[in-house]
Write a protein that binds this ligand. Structure first.
Ligand code: FAD
Length: 657
């Protein structure tokens, strides 16, 4: 078996996006030796792509805003399925996290009187998104990186070693969380460049790996989003919560092909952009659901007045929560009123002068001009739904971000479930990852410190099993594999059959999820999807690659397939089980939201937590689904809503309670 480099740390953070870095900073500041592992280059995480802003009720643009209003908006957006305690902590703490970023050097856009500027976004009652043009994520990551470097310089002054207490392992992929009995003992991974394996032993592991978008064909997500953290948690024995809720952002580019799926930020609509169908109609007025009727304008005149006078007018329906807008676009296209390439038109060019567009939306302007020769100051864009975000995720304790059932495991950011209920509001992810990244780092550090005298141990058997699993795509054992760079034979799957091509399997998986478990779902199609997933899971065991372990993207994809297949099965099973439509889960055969379902969470676990792939049952799969009653919302939080509104969401018995 390969020689594996082993190191000891107090806390290991998997992921260097916003959540991972915020967690790592916190753990290090609390005195823990902290290692951060990330799949891509340091600074290239998904968070960098975030455009619109960070939602936080600072009240800079409208003094009526408060954490209570933010909490209310978040629950409305999530259709009351949010873990209410997470939504409460998030709304209360988000402003402090933004101000903290400012003290660490973030340069936000300003109001005329010098405060942090806040912009409108769908589902937020007041302008609430702190932003830096449309490059907010870049500034957030830059600031957190700068903070990491500052801490490393501090360590250098004290110890002579920059990486003594905070080290980033970039371009490294974690494939397993290792255990000592029930509790966490560390992680196993490989360096992408050399293919060498490593083990980082630690009593506490924070998973902050982001989302799952690469399981779908059309997505705004980057190559890193293969659901690794979700799968790592499942394999370690932790449950995933409400995986049926996948957000399809309403405005991904549908044309030209060079930018297909790429996001058009909601700020385009927040700043005045409107949606029109092929007949030129501003169709969103026809799609305001009953639960939102009182809050949205009924005429174009009122909607347009709102931009200048939000206190005396209602918001434009283009700013409904994302699930509503995505469904409306889908319906228009289906009714034959779509754009030539199967979307609708998003027009900002006739709504603002070109120089204002370039100033407020610089990345949008440059990106589409450069990549697709579309000039958004002069023409409308063709847009349609694109897979964007997963609300489902690792089931965590609301206060501590501890994953359920696995002592020492924590999760924060997009990979954690519960905060956003059935649908996330724009801007609420960046604030989520700051609030819960910090909480995860703090609790992981406290847990690790308490175990200082009795650190868990990782046995060689586990390490060898993880290495064997990672090497399977090469099938033949590395002939001189000890240094990780040896040439290996082409795989011939078990039974001598030819190997499967991981790229083909990936494409087939994406097509299945897009067509059968996509934005509009039907029972028969989801059953079909589960059959296809089962068949692909069997074939994925024969995914084979040629060549070396040195930078070999085919091998990396073959390993990622395990994660995408597991996570896709969770999405499909949970979506089949939930016989209602709510937020990011729309069923054509069960089109209404059912108040009885508000009380139900769906939990996915792995039937064989050791994750032995040999145990896979190709017919019924390995994901076990269980229903769990949601915790009643605390009365003082319920009191923030009108009774008439609660009647729309809560089950009969909850109202009596
Ligand atoms: P990420 O930032 O994606 O970081 C994940 C990290 O995990 C990466 O470092 C990755 O390399 C690492 N990783 C993954 N798997 C492994 C593994 N196996 N081993 C080691 N490392 C691993 N949200 C908002 O609130 N406001 C916005 O304006 C906004 N705009 C967006 C625009 C776009 C185009 C997109 C795609 C998303 C946007 N979002 C926005 C959503 C938001 O950006 C993400 O939800 C958020 O950044 C996720 O952060 P994270 O820290 O959880 O994960």
């Amino acid at each position: 078996m390969s020689v594996v480099d082993r190191q000891e740390w107090d806390v290991v953070v998997v992921g260097a996006g916003g959540a991972g870095l915020r967690a790592a900073i916190e753990a290090r500041e609390r005195g823990c030796r902290t290692a951060v592992v990330c799949k891509s280059l340091f600074g290239k995480a998904h968070t960098v792509m975030a455009e619109g802003g960070i939602a936080a009720a600072m009240g800079n643009a409208n003094e009526h805003d408060s954490w209570q209003v933010h909490f209310r908006d978040t629950l409305r957006g999530g259709k009351f399925l949010n873990q209410w305690r997470m939504a409460e902590l998030h709304a209360r703490e988000a402003p402090d996290r933004v101000w903290e970023l400012e003290t660490w050097g973030a340069l936000f856009d300003r109001t005329e009187d010098g405060r942090i500027s806040q912009r409108n976004f769908g589902g937020h009652e007041y302008p609430r998104l702190a932003h830096v043009g449309d490059r907010t994520g870049l500034e957030l990551i830059r600031t957190l990186q700068q903070k990491v470097v500052a801490l490393q310089q501090e360590d250098f002054r004290e110890t002579g070693d920059h990486e003594a207490r905070l080290k980033v392992f970039q371009e490294c992929t974690v494939t397993r969380v290792l255990k000592d009995g029930d509790r966490v003992g560390g992680v196993f991974g490989y360096e992408r460049e050399s293919g060498r394996f490593f083990v980082l032993e630690a009593p506490a592991v924070v998973i902050a790996t982001g989302g799952i978008g690469k399981s779908f064909k059309v997505t705004s997500n980057s190559w890193e989003y293969t659901g690794d953290g979700h799968a790592l948690a499942l394999l370690a024995g932790a449950p995933l919560l409400n995986m049926e809720f996948v957000q399809f952002h309403p405005t991904g580019m549908v044309w030209p092909p060079s930018v297909k799926g790429i996001l058009v930020t909601e700020s385009v609509r927040g700043d005045g952009g409107v949606l029109r169908n092929s007949e030129g109609e501003r169709f969103m007025f026809r799609y305001v659901p009953d639960v939102f009727k009182e809050k949205y304008a009924e005429t174009e005149e009122e909607a347009d007045r709102w931009y200048d006078d939000p206190d005396r007018n209602r918001r434009p329906p283009e700013l409904l929560p994302r699930d509503e807008v995505a469904r409306a676009i889908n319906a228009e296209v289906k009714a034959g009123r779509g754009s030539p390439h199967g979307g609708v038109f998003l027009d900002v060019s006739t709504r603002m002068p070109a120089e204002v567009i370039k100033r407020r939306l610089p990345s949008m302007y440059h990106q589409f001009k450069e990549l697709a020769d579309v000039d958004i100051t002069a023409e409308a864009m063709e847009v349609g739904p694109t897979c964007h975000y997963v609300m489902g995720g690792i089931a965590v304790d609301s206060d501590s971000a501890a994953a359920r059932g696995v002592p020492g495991l924590y999760a924060a950011g997009e990979v954690a479930g519960g905060m956003h209920g059935s649908n996330r509001l724009g801007g609420n992810s960046l604030s989520d990852l700051l609030v819960f990244g910090r909480r995860a780092g703090r609790h992981a550090a406290e847990y690790a410190a308490a175990l200082a005298a009795a650190r868990p141990r990782v046995d060689d058997v586990q390490v060898d099993a993880a290495a064997a699993e990672a090497l399977r795509p090469f099938s033949a054992e590395a002939e001189a594999g000890a240094d990780g760079g040896a040439e290996v034979a082409v795989a011939h799957g078990p039974g001598g059959r030819p190997p499967e091509n991981p790229y083909t399997l990936h494409q087939e998986l994406q097509q299945t999820m897009n067509d059968l478990v996509g934005i509009i779902r039907r029972e028969g199609e989801m059953r079909q999807a589960l059959e296809k997933l089962a068949e692909r899971r069997v074939r994925a065991r024969r995914a084979g690659v040629e060549g070396h372990r040195q930078f070999n993207p085919g091998w990396h994809l073959a390993l990622d397939l395990r994660n995408m297949l597991l996570v896709s099965e969770c999405v499909a099973r949970a979506a089949l089980e939930r016989t209602e439509s709510r937020g990011g889960h729309t069923r054509e055969d069960c089109p209404s939201m059912d108040r009885a379902w508000r009380r139900i969470n769906l939990l996915c676990t792995l039937t064989d937590p050791t994750g032995g792939l040999a145990a896979a049952d190709p017919v019924s799969g390995r994901i076990h689904l269980a229903r769990e009653t949601t915790e009643p919302v605390r009365p003082d939080l319920l009191a923030l809503f009108d009774k008439e509104e609660l009647v729309k969401y809560l089950a009969e018995e909850e109202l009596y309670e």
